[in-house]
Design a protein around this ligand. Structure first.
Ligand SMILES: C[S@@+](CC[C@H](N)C(=O)[O-])C[C@H]1O[C@@H](n2cnc3c(N)ncnc32)[C@H](O)[C@@H]1O
Ligand SMILES: [Zn+2]
Length: 268
């Protein structure tokens, strides 16, 4: 039985050859890349629909160099400790699936969904992790049944806590990685005259009990073009003038702080 819901009428969606259909005959085709678009957004709208191609390629190439591997290792160790029996797994704001792929190979869940607004990112996600279903949808209105999943992961993505609570089963696990005060401060110093530190948001989330955490904190040299790619991955990129962005073109090596916290929550 599918845990997918129709975004129009909320009835269950079932796979019928290359389309998902509900009993009211709303029909959603899988794209030739194997991506399911369940977003009801007006396609012609000028609004950004998740990360664009340049951001996606920059992030993919940067992450594949291994700069963030220590973060991934910590997330995986928390998954092994707390989610060994997860059968269904949703990566909310999954991007190209850099973290999802390793979670899948360690936990081997029966059902894996990547949810993201970026079609570009989801094409790479599908190529990277076979047997999964990448879905174009907002994490603020996810097309899943209530209490249908064992694990929700949120890596550097916006978090829709009420939605995560709704789709998680009783005792389901939610894992979130968030940036700490000094994360990438040197990158911001290289671009801005008055760089700001990240806010220290509290760990407590209504409806969840915090059960574990790991802080991943290290310094690493980012080299050449990778500096620009890292900047393109961040939310600062589109808010920064071309003149400020250009400052990064002349830096050959930047020693940066990577400082994040991964928190494990149980639905209560
Ligand atoms: C910084 S990226 C992180 C991607 C991936 N989790 C990673 O760490 O490699 C944030 C992702 O969230 C997606 N995103 C932003 N707002 C979203 C929303 N409302 N619903 C679904 N995805 C969203 C973006 O398209 C992007 O792929
Ligand atoms: Zn329907």
């Amino acid at each position: 039985m599918s845990i997918l819901n129709c975004p129009v009428c909320n009835k269950t969606l079932s796979l019928d050859e290359k389309s998902y259909k509900c009993s009211n005959n709303h029909c959603f085709d899988l794209s030739k890349f194997g991506v399911l678009n369940l977003s009801l957004n007006n396609k012609s709208s000028k609004k950004r629909h998740g990360d664009d191609k340049a951001m996606v390629i920059a992030r993919k190439e940067f992450l594949e160099k291994g700069y963030y591997d220590p973060i991934k290792a910590d997330v995986i160790s928390l998954c092994k400790k707390h989610c060994k029996n997860a059968k269904s797994f949703i990566d909310a704001g999954c991007g190209e699936g850099y973290y999802t792929a390793d979670v899948v190979s360690v936990l081997k869940p029966e059902e894996v969904y990547g949810v993201d607004l970026s079609k570009e990112a989801l094409r790479y996600f599908k190529k990277r992790i076979l047997g999964t279903l990448p879905i174009v949808a907002s994490i603020f209105k996810m097309p899943f049944e209530n209490a249908s999943t064992d694990l929700v992961l949120s890596m550097f993505a916006p978090a829709a806590y009420d939605e995560f609570l709704r789709v998680l089963k009783k005792d389901g696990i939610f894992i979130k990685t968030k940036v700490l005060k000094n994360h990438l401060i040197e990158l911001k110093q290289a671009v801005y005259d008055n760089p700001y530190y990240n806010d220290d948001e509290p760990d407590e989330i209504d409806g969840f009990e915090k059960i574990d955490e790991i802080i991943t904190d290290y310094k690493t040299d980012i080299l050449g073009d990778d500096i620009k790619k890292l900047f393109l991955m961040t939310p600062y990129y589109y808010k920064t003038s071309k003149t400020d962005q250009k400052k990064l073109d002349f830096i050959e090596k930047l020693n940066v702080n990577i400082s994040v916290k991964t928190v494990v929550y149980k639905k209560v």
